[in-house]
Design a protein around this ligand. Sequence first.
Ligand code: ADP
Length: 477
Amino acid sequence: MVTVLKVKAIKTIKRFFIYFLMILLLLMVGSSLTIITNNFSLVVMFTKRSWFWLVLISLSLSVIAFSWINFEEKQQRQEIGLLNNKLQKILAGQKAKHLLLAPTDRYYQLAHSINQIQSLQRDLAKSFVTQQRGYFSLIEYLTIGVMVLDQDQKIYLSNHAMSELMEREMNLPGEIYANELRNYDLSRLIEKTYQTKKEQHAEIKLDFNDKIVDSHIVFVPVSQHHFLVMVLLYDITELKEIEQMQLDFVSNVSHELKTPITAITGFSETLLNGAADDPTALKEFLRIIHQESQKLTALVEDILSLARISADAELKTDQIALFPYLQEIIQTFKPEIDKKQISIFNDVPPAFKVVVDYNKFRHVVNNLLQNAIKYNDPTGSVWLSSTQLSKSWEFKVRDNGWGIANDQRERIFERFYRIDTSRSRQTGGTGLGLSVVKEYVAALGGTIKVTSQVGVGSEFTVTLPLTQKRKQDSGVK
Ligand code: ADP
């Protein structure tokens, strides 16, 4: 501190001495010129006295000049200090007041430019924050799991879907990802991206919740020496299940088609190879061929029904008078009813009307009525009834047939599921009837339930909403 002051003092003295010498010299030159123009002798003019005045005037002028210049410099330093201070604040991202200088000030233009830079920087910062917020909320609301990791394998950000998939909070900025991810395969895939600096992709099963995720680990170079790693997880569990169901369905269909086709081919070949000459064998084999081809037709019809539900999701509602509608369907079963001497009771009040998709509901009634006749003993009975509730209406098909055991009740709605008793096998069902019913009831916005007792009978109850979205209304049928 002392040395700084010393240096400053020496500098000031030096400057003052220079000013003094310069002014003295100027005065001397000025005086000399006056003397020469007035033809005076130099020796006469520069007497002791005049030297005294010359030095005194020089000294006074030097003091004035020195003080004035010093004052100017001090002011300049203060202004530069202010400008510098402001620039430092801008650099540090702090708030700084606008500099207000008079338009005559030498730094007015510079201060104005700095103010403009500050406004620009503020606008940029604002738009950056808005953009970042938008970007974060976009990531937050994405349905795929997103996690961004930094170069040090630490979590930078992670969204809600990621926490849901991992079944724990994953938005833990600054935490090492490997400590938070509890899945070995996924951690290895991410590790591979860090090592190879290349995108990785794999289907991974999360062992703690059995979910299957389509995992993309993306390497994102940010600058020459910086990069990020983005983990994108897409939950494909449902897709995989549907894929599996479709595969199962195709293999079941092929299997079910194979049985009647094999029988038809086998028996027709036997007949062609000479069995046709034996009248008893001919009649029996033709009966089997006819029975198998009927099975084949039923199977194809049920498969087509299932395909139609998905293809025709739109509801075409009609107001239908239920009693005549059911009578018409009952008539189509006349051959089976007569054959088994089944009594059908249509207990629906004649004036009862409902709003429902005419064709879709027909599939429901058809299959339930067919089962009630099919899984019944000769001379059995079937009752059809319907009730209106406050917001829905019920349709019931009750029979006093063979009944369904408790443990089978849920399974009968599965595709291709048949209760495997010797009696059931003889009926030649496809195992698709109730799954068709279930899908049509769902398409109509309703539910189906069953109560049953083996040897006593079964009751299927379909509950449908009173009002349905009416896309096309063709009036009373
Ligand atoms: P299917 O086309 O073979 O009749 P369903 O899906 O309609 O197949 O029925 C599945 C199984 O449920 C049938 O194998 C049958 O054993 C049983 N079932 C369905 N309805 C009745 C009923 N009303 N009474 C007794 N059993 C029934």
